[in-house]
Design a protein around this ligand. Sequence first.
Ligand SMILES: Nc1ncnc2c1ncn2[C@@H]1O[C@H](COP(=O)(O)OP(=O)(O)OP(=O)(O)O)[C@@H](O)[C@H]1O
Length: 224
Amino acid sequence: MSLEIANLDVSIEGISILRDINLSIPQGQMAGLIGHNGAGKTTLIRAIMGLLPATRGSITFKGQDISKLPSHRRANLRISYMPEDRRLIPDLTVSENMLMPAWANNIKDGEERLKWVYSLMPEIADFGERKALQLSGGQQKLVALGRALIPGRELILLDEPFEGVAPVLARRLSEVIADLRAEGLTVLIAESDDSHSADLVDATWRIERGSVTAGRKDPSASLA
Ligand SMILES: Nc1ncnc2c1ncn2[C@@H]1O[C@H](COP(=O)(O)OP(=O)(O)OP(=O)(O)O)[C@@H](O)[C@H]1O
């Protein structure tokens, strides 16, 4: 297994948000995390990243319990995430925004990895020297995905990547995410319904009021 979560509880300011989460993703596979607004998707992603502490249970990555590791040590294990709100720095260029995690985590081959990101998404290579604020919301999503891919080479967690994206760009995002399979990346895609992720993922997990169950892919989703 790449990621294995067992009996995980997470509280925020004393309020129990996630309860007894059990979830696993084999190496190189893609999984969907499907749940309504407020179900706990972002909280789970933040807990995996080490941005929220576990109050119980374990998060194991490639056989190592990472649940007590600080977030920068998890980044060193090549785990990364794409936040729902893109969080680009408006006055920095597209390239600078994507290189930020390489600078922050002392990643030596950031420039090389950036070239690979541009080969994966040639459309953003054209904007490399533009300031992030000059891009449309959808283009910024592609950049945010690219930025997550600079450190994220083993496990990448995508928090509602299709949210608020026009259909053409959503299709393009899907293609780029599908291409990650060839890289052997393990991917978790959070979505409020599986309309975009159903065709991409090997398995689906449903999250509801802080609890996760193994889900089924919605067979009607690919007809949508
Ligand atoms: N900082 C916080 N303080 C208190 N409660 C919080 C905090 N952050 C999240 N919550 C609560 O935790 C629950 C899960 O929120 P979370 O953001 O993880 O859901 P989500 O599935 O990602 O939803 P969305 O699709 O709206 O982003 C919600 O009930 C929310 O109100």
